[in-house]
Design a binder for this molecule. Structure first.
Ligand SMILES: NC(=O)c1ccc[n+]([C@@H]2O[C@H](COP(=O)([O-])OP(=O)(O)OC[C@H]3O[C@@H](n4cnc5c(N)ncnc54)[C@H](OP(=O)(O)O)[C@@H]3O)[C@@H](O)[C@H]2O)c1
Length: 359
């Protein structure tokens, strides 16, 4: 039905590798170019990645012999792609310049990087939550002077577990205050146990910049479009602490929340069960059938058991109960490189394809 040639910038990295496994057999998107830094450029993908391949699945045959392009060579990329996914570990200034250069070359960019997340005309889309934020793309195209090119971004992976379950509760009960402590996997830092040995038998209570993102970005996701720009929500008040834990994949959060009208526990479970967003309504290829999944077992969800639910595109929730200081508390989990990064990027691209923004 749709047929696009797709490039991956940062293809050799942790998120880039995820994009490759997700796109190798995608019905609409076909990998046609792989880009990374000048260190990898000119090598075959297999050579460039070498022992860094961190996926449990084997490297797809179709990418092994592809020659990696220098991401700075936009002319070479433009010949090969209709749009790109971008996940690079460059400075904010360098990333912003790179993404804007691609957009200005009329190549739409679906980005996992933080550099453009705060622009009010750059949609930060979770298709189940704020698909309508794509409406700001014409404003952005005007700013960039493009006809086709634009940038759309993914939110930070830390909040992908707790923002979805809070979303329908916020709409129904008015969300006043949230406290979230996250327990984040090492793949979120682009690492494995081999490349991050200091995490074995350990917890590191600091992830640079993560708490700020976890507190601010939900307000953009919950914002609304006004005069072609996203206006951030003015609440709830959110406070977080983000810890790195010895888990390969899957970010968890322990969440406390207070509402204007206190919800009943059983009503919340029903709301989660019935929750559907545009991703489900449009039946997008990467959409989970059931986005919010509640476990009655006391000891669930667990990263090892539940991160791959619905191909890693679902949110798992458990231990919902009343709290003495807040109204409720619960625990939740999402796969950080699938729903939280590459999978969420692919789902966003599917939404934008259906809405006609990639034509
Ligand atoms: N890991 C996660 O769970 C996660 C989740 C959400 C968002 N993100 C975000 O996604 C981005 C990538 O994260 P990651 O974990 O995949 O990082 P990573 O494993 O360190 O990979 C970084 C990638 O960036 C490329 N790169 C570095 N410098 C470059 C340059 N000057 N020009 C072009 N490419 C360059 C690297 O290419 P070489 O191999 O050639 O050096 C590599 O492909 C970051 O912005 C991160 O915050 C990550």
């Amino acid at each position: 039905m749709y047929n696009y040639r797709v490039g991956i910038i940062g293809a050799t990295g942790m998120v880039g590798q995820r994009f490759i496994t997700l796109l190798a057999e995608h019905p609409w998107f076909h990998i046609s170019a792989l880009a990374a830094s000048s260190r990898s450029a000119g090598k075959t993908y297999e050579e460039a990645v070498g022992p860094r391949w961190a996926m449990t699945e084997p490297m797809p045959e179709l990418v092994k012999q592809m020659v990696v392009i220098d991401a700075a060579d936009i002319a070479a990329m433009k010949e090969k792609v209709d749009f790109v996914f971008c996940a690079v570990n460059m400075s904010v200034e360098e990333t912003k310049a790179l993404e804007e250069a691609y957009a200005k070359a009329e190549i739409p960019v679906i980005s996992n990087n933080k550099a453009n997340r705060h622009e009010p005309d750059v949609p930060m889309i979770v298709p189940e939550i704020n698909a309508d934020h794509a409406d700001v793309i014409p404003t952005q195209r005007k700013r960039l002077g493009t006809k086709r090119g634009f940038i759309a971004v993914k939110s930070n992976c830390s909040l992908q577990s707790y923002v979805p379950p809070l979303t329908p509760l916020k709409d129904k009960y008015g969300l006043k205050a949230v406290l979230a402590c996250t327990y984040q996997a090492i793949s979120g830092a682009g690492k494995t146990f081999e490349t991050m040995p200091e995490i074995v038998d350990n917890v590191i209570p600091y992830i640079g910049g993560e708490e700020e993102k976890s507190e601010v970005e939900p307000l953009k996701l919950w914002g609304h479009v006004e005069n072609g720009l996203i206006v951030d929500a003015d609440g709830p008040s959110i406070t977080t602490q983000c810890l790195r834990v010895p888990v390969s994949d899957g970010h968890m959060a322990a969440v406390f929340a207070t509402f204007e009208r206190k919800p009943e526990i059983e009503d919340i479970k029903k709301i989660w069960k019935e929750f559907r967003g545009q991703a489900q309504e449009l039946d997008l290829p990467s959409a989970p059938k059931q986005f919010l999944n509640y476990f009655e077992e006391q000891n669930r969800p667990q990263p090892k058991l539940d991160r791959n639910l619905e191909h890693g595109m679902a949110v798992s929730i458990g231990r919902l109960r009343p709290d003495k200081q807040y109204d409720i508390k619960f625990v939740c989990l999402s796969h950080n490189t699938l729903l939280g990064a590459a999978g969420g990027g692919v789902l966003t691209a599917e939404l934008l394809a259906v809405k006609g923004y990639l034509d």
